[in-house]
Every structure is written in C-alpha cells, then in structure tokens.
Design a protein around this ligand. Structure first.
Ligand code: ARG
Length: 275
C-alpha cells in the first residue's frame, strides 16, 4: 500500500556506478577512479538518513549505465505527471527507457518531449518552496531553453528560466537549492547577470542564502531538503551556522565517490510527490 508520508523519493543503488566516461568537468581525470566499495557505503549511509525522514522507493541498477544512480535526472515529476528526460549526452540516453518504465509502473503518466528538445529532469528544474507553482529552470549546458513552453503546457506552472554560465555547475541543482519557507541556497557566480537580477527580484533578500565558492565546490547546494532537515555532503562552519540560525538542521554525509561523477545527495534522489 502507498504510504502517506509527505516525502517520497526515488533512488537507485550504486551496484553499477562508476566513472566510465567524461561528460562534465568533475569527471575529468576520474575515469575508473571511483572506489566502488566506498561508493556503496556512502550511498547506504545516505539512504539510511533519507529513510529516517521519507519513504524511499528503489529502482533496479542496470549494468552499463553508471550514471543511473542520479535519479534526479530521470524526469520532472509534478502531481501524477512525469516529464521524462531527454539527455544531451549519448552516454546517458539509454537511461531514459529505464526511468520511464519505473515511473509508469509506479502510476505516473509519463510524457516525452518532442525530439530535439533536451531536458534533464529535476537536475535542471526545481520547484520554489515559497510558492509551489513556480518552477525554476536552468539551461546553458544540458537542458535546452526550448523545453520551457512544453513544461508550461504539460504542468500548467509558471517557469522562470535561469542561464548557467560555469561548466562546473552544469545542472541547476548543483548551484541552486530552494528550501522550505521560501529560502534559497545558491551560488551566484554560477549564473549570468540577468539570472542574478531575476533571483534578486523574486526572492526577498532575507531569504537568499548565498554560498561561498568553497561551499559551492563541496556541493553544498546539491542538498536534499526534507522539512527542516538538509542532507548534504559538506558545509563550512559559516554556512552551517547560517542555516542553523534560520531553523534548519544539517546532516552532513560524505559523497566523495559520487562527486567524482559530478553529483551529490540531491542528484542521487528524485522527489516523487510534488503537489
Ligand atoms: N555524471 C552525471 C552527468 O554528468 C552526473 C549527474 C548529476 N546529476 C545532477 N542532477 N546534477 O550527467
């Protein structure tokens, strides 16, 4: 029976995880360098934290698809609709079929975008936590701007585009994290000038939590927010103190092996109940 937990996520175990190709700057020099055993321990630890506060559904790992663990890239889920990803890089394109199968067997209506429109799901599309009807959309490296009208039509939500400009932060969820209460944890230098203006205009100053480059490169913005809990790889004392002063509780769990592939906690999970 489907649980009524307010938070439900999809994860995929790392049995076939590894760095086997290079499609982002984090993977450079890391081919075959991820420690499989350590990755499993890190994933299990993260999974156990997640399970304390949320229901976690698991999809099977698939041999030959080392990035399938990054379920944030499966789709963008809203209510009962899942807008399936259409991956830019050939290496990840075969993943879409497995995500589609899992999501439809779980009861989602899976929608696919017209061919030629690139979209990497909840990696590049994040709901604001102040007003749920606002979807922030990052483009410039992976997803294409042409996905926007389709997302608007499929989901009937307002979409705010933000252009990314630093290749280290190639997905929106690597540098931008809406938090409960309408807060926003983000790294401004990852965005172009216009995007920064939009963020400043739309998010009140007392809700904007700017992170330093040091926090950004430790993937502090690639965080899972469950109520007042924030599960992330690492935060400096300064950032931890600021988040705590706003009532958040940090859970730091090391993700070094997944960072070699360019992802951390947020990338390894997909929120399934977005309403
Ligand atoms: N190696 C993967 C890629 O480059 C990492 C994906 C990280 N996912 C994310 N949502 N940021 O596509």
């Amino acid at each position: 029976m489907r649980s009524t937990n307010e938070f439900r996520f999809l994860m995929c175990p790392p049995h076939h995880f590894g760095v086997e190709y290079v499609i982002n700057p984090w993977m450079q020099g890391q081919v075959n360098a991820a420690d499989q055993e350590l990755a499993c321990r890190q994933w299990m630890q993260f999974h156990s934290f997640m399970s304390n506060y949320a229901d976690v559904a698991l999809m099977p790992a698939v041999s030959g698809l080392p990035d399938l663990v990054f379920t944030a890239n499966a789709a963008l889920v809203y209510r009962q609709v899942a807008v399936l990803s259409s991956f830019r890089c050939m290496e990840r394109q075969p993943e879409a079929q497995y995500y589609a199968e899992w999501l439809s067997s779980d009861g989602f209506r899976v929608e696919t975008l017209p061919s030629g429109i690139l979209f990497e799901g909840a990696g590049d599309a994040l709901f604001d936590r102040g007003s749920n009807a606002l979807l922030w959309f990052g483009y410039g490296f992976r997803s294409s701007e042409t996905a926007v009208p389709h997302l608007k039509r499929s989901l009937d939500v307002e979409v705010q585009e933000l252009r990314l400009r630093d290749p280290r932060f190639y997905h929106l969820d690597t540098c931008f994290c809406p938090l409960e209460g309408g807060y926003l944890l983000y790294y401004p230098a990852a965005f172009d000038g216009q995007a920064n203006e939009v963020i400043q205009a739309r998010v009140p100053a007392d809700r904007r939590l700017v992170v330093s480059e040091e926090d950004a490169i430790h993937f502090a913005c690639n965080a899972v927010n469950i109520g007042k809990k924030i599960i992330l790889n690492y935060a400096t004392r300064d950032l931890a103190a600021r988040l705590t002063s706003h009532g958040f509780e940090l859970i730091q769990t090391r993700m070094s092996e997944f960072m070699k592939a360019g992802g951390s906690t947020k990338c390894l999970s997909l929120r399934l109940n977005e309403v």
